[in-house]
Design a protein around this ligand. Structure first.
Ligand SMILES: [Zn+2]
Length: 359
């Protein structure tokens, strides 16, 4: 149902783009090619909603506060995330993830103001906005840290984090960004269906794709935390990147999320909702739409560099920014792997360069 809503603004924006950059895209003066391009773009119209001139900032500056989700399941609401909090009793709690380091002081102040003591922190995945305050919580409250093997490896050594930065940051950048290396108290069996922490059982939801060993949790109140598998509509509709390491697995995870039946859902970025099907499908369709659009830009054999350039023209991205070109590069790379894997693209070697084309 979302697709139709976005077709018109898409054309309004992209007709100008196509006209302006027709020459750059190799279709100027060739109405046939221009028509094919327009048709392909129409097919990938689901993607258009992420093509607004500006990307989205997932960060807002607010003082973290508590929000009840259902019975003993709460959230710490920060400007960047919703951090699930499960109350074991009046003062002891378990958190799932710990937010970005910049929110650390505010999160601790919020917990202390409510006289809450963190007994344990479960971890959905290794990205720094999910593990940013693990050490702070261990040092402040003596919290036990739970994470899977791969997440633990990433927290123990910057080199293991390189992949999680989606190719945008180098080893040195990452080593500087990491709060401090640490090892967990408990290693979660990622393949298991559930785990016990402080005498309470949490269900495990397997969501590979966003990154390796990415998982969600279900609290005893039948509330599911989906981590980064499903983003709020506000965020997903403005996000430029594919926001995942493996498109194929992430699409499957979004599909799986759409079929869940729990009482409520907590999205790390950044919402609580009562139903998930429509939003999970929107997340899936937007990601698929990004792959479709990239395919539509490779009617002829093109190099990775050229694909990056064409995509930046279409998204109205800042083509003079090294950071944005590098980000788009990674984005295209991830999508290319998916398009090659699924046989949508073919690849050939010419003069020492790889060239791609939609089959
Ligand atoms: Zn993440």
């Amino acid at each position: 149902m979302y697709t139709g809503l976005y077709v018109f603004p898409f054309f309004a924006y992209h007709r100008k783009t196509v006209e302006k950059h027709g020459l750059s895209l190799g279709v100027a003066g060739d109405p046939g090619k221009l028509w094919i391009l327009a048709r392909e773009v129409a097919i990938s119209a689901r993607w258009c909603i992420i093509t607004k001139k500006r990307g989205v900032s997932m960060r807002q500056k607010i003082q973290p506060y508590l929000e009840q989700v259902k019975e003993n399941t709460w959230c710490i609401v920060t400007g960047y995330a919703r951090i699930p909090l499960y109350k074991l009793n009046k003062q002891d709690v378990i958190l799932i993830d710990s937010g970005i380091p910049e929110d650390g002081k505010g999160i601790v102040a919020c917990l202390q103001k409510a006289r809450l003591n963190v007994k344990a922190v479960l971890t959905s995945h290794k990205h720094p906005d999910h593990i940013g305050n693990h050490l702070l919580l261990r040092r402040t409250f003596g919290a036990k840290l739970y994470m899977s093997r791969y997440t633990a490896a990433a927290c123990a050594e910057p080199m293991n984090q390189v992949e999680s930065y989606l190719g945008i940051a180098s080893y040195r950048n990452i080593a500087q960004m990491m709060v401090e290396e640490f090892v967990p108290d408990v290693v979660i069996d990622w393949r298991g269906d559930s785990l016990e922490a402080e005498g309470v059982r949490f269900g495990i939801l397997h969501f590979p794709g966003h990154c390796a060993e990415h998982m969600g949790f279900v609290t005893a109140d039948n509330v599911a935390y989906l981590a980064d598998t499903v983003l709020s509509k506000k965020i997903v509709t403005k996000l430029r990147t594919s926001f995942c390491t493996c498109v194929e697995l992430d699409l499957r995870s979004k599909e799986a999320a759409s079929k869940l039946k729990y009482d409520r859902y907590i999205l790390a970025h950044n919402e609580v909702c009562d139903s998930i099907e429509e939003l999970a499908i929107l997340n899936r369709d937007i990601l698929q739409g990004k792959a479709d659009l990239l395919a539509s830009l490779a009617q002829d054999y093109v190099t990775l560099e050229e694909l990056v350039r064409r995509l930046m023209i279409f998204t109205g991205n800042d083509m003079s920014s090294v950071h944005k070109i590098r980000g788009t590069h990674h984005n295209v790379h991830v999508l290319l792997d998916y398009l090659l894997d699924t046989g949508v693209f073919t690849c050939r070697a010419r003069d020492g360069k790889l060239q791609y084309k939609k089959q």
